[in-house]
Design a binder for this molecule. Structure first.
Ligand SMILES: [Ca+2]
Length: 165
């Protein structure tokens, strides 16, 4: 009898474990949902070390890099709004620029979306948030700007061949 009871408990434990595994399997695709623009920006900003892991790591570039909410969608923060405005201006001028070109046009313009005095391109390079005035480089603007230019400047964010679509 004792053996049967023990076996019964084991079955129950297996069910609990199975439930946890099923939950993890079901939850994983949601956690790994990778919006196209986020992936393109990770490539364009050279945030991936080549392993492909940056795309899976929300700490590398969260949705709130451009969106207000961590789940993405509307509304957008100042940097996200600046990208939208650049898209709109291009379309109104008859252009058909895709996301990487729009992003580069914005960075090249020297704009400072969040108004913290550090241009968007500089913040992208310094790995601070261009859409959040509370996030900015700790060093003086001139110091960061000089280091940025020495490291290749805004041209390093030019869309790669084959990335313009
Ligand atoms: Ca800024």
């Amino acid at each position: 009898m004792a053996g049967v009871k023990k076996a019964g408990l084991n079955v129950q434990q297996k069910h609990v474990l199975g439930g946890i595994l099923a939950f993890l399997v079901l939850a994983t695709p949601v956690a790994l949902a990778l919006p196209k623009y986020r992936l393109q920006a990770i490539t364009q900003f050279h945030l991936d070390d080549g392993s492909g892991l940056a795309a899976l790591d929300r700490r590398v570039m969260s949705c709130s890099y451009c969106h207000v909410k961590d789940s993405g969608g509307a509304p957008w923060n100042p940097f996200g709004e600046a990208i939208r405005a650049t898209f709109k201006a291009n379309a109104e001028a008859g252009g058909k620029a895709k996301f990487p070109e729009v992003l580069y046009t914005l960075l090249e313009s020297g704009a400072d979306a969040d108004g913290d005095t550090y241009p968007d391109a500089l913040e992208v390079w310094a790995k601070t948030l261009p859409g959040d005035p509370g996030s900015k480089p700790t060093e003086a603007l001139e110091v960061v700007q000089t280091a940025f230019e020495a490291a290749g400047g805004v041209e390093q964010f030019e869309p790669q061949q084959g990335q313009k679509k």
